[in-house]
Design a protein around this ligand. Structure first.
Ligand code: ADP
Length: 783
């Protein structure tokens, strides 16, 4: 209203509503009145009475009241400052007019601009008798006048919009600041309602005002009205509590309506919001209850006394009844709870009680609850937490629990299955540990839990290997394995794969030479499907492999052996034929002798093979008769000496003679022939061959000693195996099928005797056999 620079007042049209209305009042007031504005209390408006009271001789608008009324200033100044500062009305009892002729009382009412007190409406009335006499006869007497003044000021200050509407157009005659604020863009006084608030007419307010003006008061509470906040703004829904009171007048035209209106938009809206919120909360609560009700987990809410205030179907199913009545000291009784080990549960230690009484959050506690219907104890997993209200106080507790019978049952079954599997594994270990075959048992992680004695022997482990991983074992045995052992890395790399495939793995050991087959299987925990044990069994297949190899060797040797005499036989026969055709009788006979010799050799070889198959089939008939072993020895020596000139074959039969045994003379001669022919064959340089026959205890022992090539120690153990030929007697240098010693041993053993390699070294070999001496008077016969 006053510009900031010079403290000058602006034109009246630019004033805020409050000082403008005050200015109107000022003009019509019979009392000395003025409007002061700003902190300087500039006189904006004053009436005649005020000019007289201050003896103003010339227009004084825009002057500070301090300058115009210096005598009153000591009292007036602080009062005006207070009114502006605190925004409250104040009265002053005694102010002296300028010149001291009269004294006044004053009412100072704050005038607001946008809620802040910026000006003062100052009204005076004289307190001297003289004053009353000066009042016009129509003026209101002292107390009435003061009352009216107060009323007007109260109206002005009232938060409700108040207006007096006159005439059929409902023209505003008087309006307070709040009413003016409803149409801030125009000066409401003198305007009709239709001009001020055209949007209200179509909402029926014209008729309503007409109705009131006709003498029917209207009172409406929180009524919705579409009303603009400013002339340009859109109409918005606002709420008002209003009264239209008829103001009757003698003159019908002058009748009016006293309007009081109090905007309740905020209250109504916040009430609406609150109601809406409450409805939403209720809907949410309903939804929550529904969700809780159908939740598979048992849920219950209790108040601070422990009383269950909400429970869902799952909870009631476990309890076996509707909400149990519980309190903080009676949970045990109510729920019939006990610990997993069957011990009673002190009531104050139950999860819900702890949450309510001690604000404790309890998680995953296991306990039993008694079902009231069946009486059965149901194992449950319980979680509980305290509930708090908006002020942070405990308002109860929530408990969530679930029936874990099935889980416990499953756990028990799993445990049993696991025990059974472990027990089976232990049994198996016991069996395997005593087994002659090498066996290694690993746990599910491929760590050794058992390696039996045979496995230790096989792998030449001196320390226990239990606890080692399969890959470490492979490392340990790698040195003993042949160059083709790279495949074993596979065991370490994909042991699981190997176990599951059930694949047999061949392991070739070089030190000592052996061939083992490793087979593995896995035991599973039936409950979890996890492997509990892997078992590896080793089978020594060296003998089979050797036999197979020997068989192969034999076939090549046999074909070679058979072919050699046959070739020479054919060749000699052709030579004999040619010689005969040329009439060379002598030379033909010589050729025929060689033919005969080769045919005999061929026959011997075939006999040997036939013997092998006879012995294998168990058909080696013996014609057992008492005979003199010494005679057999002499005769054999004689036969063999006749075939060689490079060897001196001697026989010595120790007394007493005859050395009588019971046996098949032909087969025993075959044994002697075999030993002697080997002695000749494996002494390519010639030398002495000694045959001795002696009696030791009740046995006759024959020894054949040569000065030949000796026998490689590596082959000692295999000499008497079928088809075995020592490496130092290779097929190229010495003919033979590798069956002679085997057949000889079979024959001797069938005579209840033994055949063995007695001595062998660089100077030759000695083979010996022993036969039981015939008991005097014993009978001989076929076997
Ligand atoms: P072969 O037909 O090969 O002689 P044997 O069964 O009679 O078959 O003998 C088996 C092997 O034993 C021979 O191949 C040879 O290596 C070895 N052997 C047998 N007797 C002698 C010996 N007196 N001296 C050296 N080696 C022998």
């Amino acid at each position: 209203m006053n510009d900031k620079s010079g403290g000058r007042l602006r034109p009246r049209e630019e004033w805020p509503p409050a000082p403008r209305i005050a200015a109107d009042l000022c003009a019509t007031s019979p009392l000395p009145t003025c409007v002061l504005w700003g902190e300087e209390h500039l006189v904006a408006v004053y009436n005649k009475g005020f000019a007289q009271a201050l003896a103003l001789s010339q227009p004084s608008y825009g002057q500070p009241v301090r300058d115009l009324w210096p005598t009153a200033w000591p009292d007036l100044g602080p009062t005006l400052t207070r009114v502006l500062r605190y925004g409250e009305a104040a009265t002053l009892d005694s102010l002296t007019s300028e010149g001291g002729a009269a004294s006044f009382q004053a009412i100072c009412t704050p005038l607001r601009d946008h809620g802040t007190a910026r000006g003062v409406h100052l009204t005076l009335w004289k307190t001297t008798q003289e004053v009353a006499n000066h009042q016009s006869p129509a003026a209101i007497s002292g107390p009435d006048q003061r009352e009216l003044l107060l009323l007007r000021q109260a109206m002005q200050e009232a938060p409700a919009a108040i207006a007096v509407l006159r005439g059929p157009q409902h023209r505003v005659e008087l309006a307070n600041a709040a009413y003016q604020a409803m149409a801030p863009d125009i000066d409401v006084v003198g305007q009709t309602v239709a001009q001020l608030f055209p949007e209200t007419i179509e909402q029926g307010f014209g008729q309503l005002l007409d109705h009131a003006r006709a003498g029917h008061p209207v009172t409406v509470t929180d009524a919705p009205i579409m009303l603009r906040r400013s002339a340009k703004g859109p109409p918005r829904q606002r709420f008002f509590t209003y009264t239209f009171s008829p103001m009757c007048d003698a003159d019908e035209q002058g009748a009016g309506v006293l309007v009081t209106a109090h905007e309740t938009t905020e209250g109504v809206q916040s009430r609406h919001r609150a109601e809406q919120l409450a409805a939403e909360v209720e809907a949410e609560r309903t939804r929550l209850r529904q969700v809780i009700e159908v939740s598979p987990e048992a849920i219950a809410l209790a108040d601070t006394t422990g009383q269950i205030v909400l429970s869902n179907a799952a909870a009631r199913a476990i309890w076996g009844q509707d909400n149990p009545v519980a309190d903080a000291t009676g949970y045990q009784e109510t729920f019939g709870a006990c610990r997993m080990n069957g011990a009673p549960y002190p009531s104050e230690e139950l999860p819900l009680a702890r949450s309510i009484l001690h604000c404790e959050v309890v998680t995953n506690e296991r306990l039993y609850i008694r079902n009231r219907t069946t009486g059965m104890m149901i194992p449950v997993l319980v979680n509980s937490a305290p509930l708090f209200n908006s002020t942070g106080e405990t308002s109860g507790g929530v408990v969530i629990f679930q029936d874990i019978s099935a889980e416990l049952e499953m756990g028990r079954a799993r445990e049993e299955a696991h025990h059974a599997a472990t027990a089976r594994a232990a049994e198996l270990e016991a069996v395997l540990s005593g087994m002659a075959e090498p066996a290694i048992v690993y746990n599910g992680d491929w760590q050794v839990t058992l390696a039996n004695r045979a496995a230790h022997d096989l792998f030449r482990w001196e320390e226990p290997v239990e606890g080692l991983h399969v890959s470490e074992l492979v490392e340990q045995v790698r040195a003993d394995l042949g160059p083709d052992s790279a495949h074993l890395a596979h065991i370490a790399r994909s042991a699981d794969q190997l176990a599951n495939s059930g694949e047999a793995l061949e392991m070739r050991f070089v030190h000592p030479p052996r061939v083992m087959i490793r087979r593995s299987s896995t035991m599973y925990d039936p409950a979890t499907g996890a492997a509990v044990a892997h078992i590896a069994l080793f089978q020594d297949v060296t003998a089979e492999r050797v036999a197979a190899q020997e068989k192969d060797d034999f076939l090549s040797v046999a074909s070679h052996e058979l072919k050699t005499p046959l070739t020479s036989l054919r060749g000699m026969a052709q030579v004999a034929q040619r010689r005969l055709s040329r009439g060379e009788t002598e030379r033909t006979l010589e050729s025929l002798r060689v033919v005969l010799e080769q045919a005999t050799r061929l026959g011997d070889l075939i006999d040997d093979l036939l013997d092998v198959s006879r012995i294998q089939a168990g058909h080696l008939p013996l014609e057992r008769v008492p005979l003199d072993l010494g005679a057999l020895v002499y005769s054999a020596v004689e036969r063999h000496q006749a075939t060689t000139e490079r060897h001196q074959i001697t026989a010595r039969v120790v007394q007493p003679r005859p050395v009588t045994i019971t046996g098949d003379a032909g087969r025993l001669a075959q044994v002697l022939d075999n030993l002697l022919s080997n002695a000749v064959k494996y002494s390519p340089q010639g030398g002495e061959i000694q045959v001795t026959c002696s009696c030791v205890d009740s046995s006759a022992v024959v020894r054949v000693r040569d000065q030949g090539i000796g026998i490689d120690p590596a082959g000692h153990g295999l000499l008497f195996e079928r088809f075995y030929r020592a490496h130092n007697a290779s097929v190229n240098n010495f003919a033979g099928l590798g069956v002679g010693l085997w057949i000889s041993r079979q024959i001797v053993e069938r005579h209840a005797g033994q055949l063995w390699l007695d001595v062998t070294d660089a100077s030759g070999s000695t083979f010996a056999f022993r036969l039981p001496l015939a008991q005097p008077g014993s009978q001989a016969g076929d076997q």
